[in-house]
Design a protein around this ligand. Structure first.
Ligand code: E4P
Length: 217
């Protein structure tokens, strides 16, 4: 499973990228706001660090305007994936930009039927939001599983990009289900390294080592 990092924080992206943890990046208008940066400038900087797909989201609501924004975003770098919302106009935009040969990430997906439409419109990525479904007591992971089965049933090559990931368990379950990609904030990716027994074991080893009175260097 490929790891995308869900942030527009350039320093955080660079740190994870140096460790080989970043296969791509996803941003959205809220993350651009949080970064305090200009969308074109920060996206260009991210694309200079990361060679994999970098999603940049359109903000217009009508297809004609979305298409114009998408083409402008795609000019930033060759690895831009234009992110469009899962609305009828977003699907029209997806079809046009996909036919142009651009990568398109269809976002804000909350149902298997929406994912089916995105695949038929030629989406490169579909982004089902797990955490936001869990927030309203629905099963986000079940949606990932349903989309996996539907795409496999019919051989769609749209990649499932599990989004709105909030926990380490979300990551494990997405990997078991067979999501192609997951995108998570840097804090969640870093948290994957932690385990209470790792900390306990290391604490014991450190104490025992001190008692040996030895040094390696
Ligand atoms: C994905 O592309 C979205 O930017 C993101 O995963 C949304 O996550 P949130 O629901 O935690 O805001």
């Amino acid at each position: 499973m490929r790891f995308f990092v869900d942030t527009a924080d350039v320093a955080a992206i660079a740190e994870l990228n140096d460790l080989g943890m970043v296969d791509g990046v996803t941003t959205n208008p809220s993350l651009i706001l949080k970064s305090g940066r200009n969308i074109l400038e920060v996206t260009k900087e991210i694309c200079s660090i990361v060679s994999g797909p970098v999603s940049a989201e359109v903000v217009a609501l009508k297809a004609e305007d979305m298409i114009a924004e998408g083409r402008k975003l795609a000019e930033i770098a060759e690895n831009i994936a234009v992110k469009v919302p899962l609305t009828w106009d977003g699907l029209k935009t997806c079809k046009v930009l996909s036919d142009d040969g651009l990568m398109v990430n269809v976002t804000l997906c909350f149902s298997a039927n929406q994912a089916l439409l995105a695949a038929k419109a030629g989406a490169t990525f579909i982004s089902p939001f797990i955490g936001r479904l869990d927030d309203i007591n629905l099963d986000g992971l079940e949606l990932i599983s349903d989309i996996r089965q539907i795409y496999d049933n019919y051989g769609f090559d749209t990649q499932i990009l599990a989004a709105s990931i909030r926990t380490a368990n979300h990551v494990t379950q997405c990997a078991l289900i067979g999501a192609d990609v997951m995108t998570a904030p840097p804090s969640v990716i870093k948290a994957l390294a932690t385990h209470v027994l790792t900390e306990k074991g290391l604490d014991q080893f450190t104490k025992d080592w001190a008692q040996t009175g030895q040094k390696i260097i």
